[in-house]
Design a protein around this ligand. Structure first.
Ligand SMILES: Cc1cc2nc3c(=O)[nH]c(=O)nc-3n(C[C@H](O)[C@H](O)[C@H](O)COP(=O)(O)O)c2cc1C
Length: 154
């Protein structure tokens, strides 16, 4: 049985879901999306991935709210990923901070973080036909696969 699970919220253009699928294929992870009736038995998994688009400089509020409902855990690993309009390696740690802080407060050990640009038609970007067309692109998916290889369970 797989011991890795990836939990996503990806509604704008399904950008983060593409990254999640690439990572899940490498780690043979279960892939689930946040919805009202999503209940998980955390005991079944060792490694947890959390991925969503970025809204207002943080992961989507639905992701932050979902993690808030978790009980405290012990000996569980987690990784964080996102796609965003203005992604850069420099900005990513700040954009992941809210989710990272929540997960660490629950007892998760963070084993890696990944991000890339995602296509957006949000507000002003829509006036010019969207930004980051084609992202996540092939290179983004290859980078996601390399990330997954580095952090997957033995
Ligand atoms: C409501 C909303 C707010 C957003 N806020 C930000 C933001 O603060 N910073 C940013 O870089 N991108 C922002 N974006 C762009 C998305 O993060 C980006 O397009 C992402 O790839 C969408 O992921 P998804 O397709 O998985 O939902 C926003 C998009 C939406 C819909």
């Amino acid at each position: 049985m797989t011991k890795s699970i990836i939990i996503t919220h990806s509604y704008h253009h399904r950008n983060t879901q593409k990254i999640a699928a690439a990572i899940a294929a490498i780690m043979d992870a279960t892939l689930v999306e946040i919805k009202e009736d999503l209940t998980l038995n955390l005991d079944e998994y060792e490694l947890f991935g959390f991925g969503a688009g970025i809204d207002g400089g943080k992961h989507y509020p639905e992701m932050l709210a979902y993690v808030t409902t978790f009980p405290s855990v012990q000996n569980k690993k987690a990784f964080i990923f996102s796609t965003s309009a203005t992604f850069s390696e420099k900005r990513m740690p700040g954009e992941h901070k809210a989710l990272r802080d929540l997960l660490q407060a629950k007892g998760f050990v963070i084993v890696g973080e990944f991000g890339c640009k995602g296509f957006t038609t949000r507000s002003i970007f829509n006036w010019v036909g969207g930004a980051n067309k084609g992202h996540p692109n092939v290179d983004d998916l290859i980078n996601a696969e390399r990330f997954a290889e580095r952090i997957k369970l033995d």
